[in-house]
Design a protein around this ligand. Sequence first.
Ligand SMILES: Nc1ncnc2c1ncn2[C@@H]1O[C@H](COP(=O)(O)OP(=O)(O)OP(=O)(O)O)[C@@H](O)[C@H]1O
Length: 312
Amino acid sequence: MTKTVAPAPSAIEVRGLHKRYRDAVVLEDVNLSVKPGEVYALTGPNGAGKTTLIRTLTGLAFPTRGKVFLMGRNVHEDGPRARAYLGAVVEAPARFYPQFSGTENLNMHAQLAAMAPNGVRVSRDRIREVLALLELTRMADRKVGEYSLGQRQRLGVAAAMLAEPKVLILDEPTSGLDPLGINLIHRIVTSLATSGCAVILSTHHLREISTYAHTVGILTGGRMVDHVDLRSRQAAYRFRVDDPQGAAELLERLPFVRRATSRTPYAVAHLGGESRVPEALSALHQGGIRVYEATPDHFDLYEYYRERVEQA
Ligand SMILES: Nc1ncnc2c1ncn2[C@@H]1O[C@H](COP(=O)(O)OP(=O)(O)OP(=O)(O)O)[C@@H](O)[C@H]1O
């Protein structure tokens, strides 16, 4: 008897989302789902609809048609409860009271979080902790009006993660940040995802996100033209062989190979890890195929994105 494993429920679920402003269609039948622990990067050309989608996911904008669920709750019908799980930065940099310090602003966020249905109490220690994580301890008691753009950006992320959300939604969280600030956001996003938070962020920085996002959604002209599973793409190996087609067919029959294709002069196979390379080589050898070279097949997200956007 085969065992069926129920798929993990989604933390963010978008079904058939349409959005129009007067007669302009901005989002068209967008579907996506993000699991707990997954980092989903949303990208696309200027004007593709990323900010509109992010605003709709957080409940700030209403869809013309379609539904958005956060942790199973409809954000447009059961907003306060759905948003109890949510931390978000939907405007970069996030808005704060410039006459108050970073700590005071986060205190106000904490009070608001506590007032929401199912709201959590945020301790002073937690406020200090997130300020330290975002490397803002030195600025904590300074007025936000004196913060640089990058410091306000980091304070926005601090506010979003204050109440330990299960869903984090960030619109261009690294815009305006220096290279160390960008790396800091990446580390924080990765660590939140490792602890089970579902993260969706919009970005134009393809080469960076390819190092830590699990999935990339490509939005163009309001349509989601692709969901790229980066984990499976990056586990591919290519073999330069005398018979690429035959090698691909042979590799595809191996139990640990998820997918194999030919790309002359290569056969490209998704092996699930480098420990399988010797087994793949030995199978090719036994099948009478001559192998001249075996290397990881690095997935170039930028090239892939360019092709997808040009085709769309
Ligand atoms: N309030 C609005 N009223 C009318 N049109 C709007 C409104 N907000 C956005 N749009 C239009 O919707 C489209 C998508 O805009 P959006 O800001 O979502 O794109 P984006 O992908 O975030 O772009 P960028 O990468 O430049 O930030 C654009 O054509 C924009 O002009």
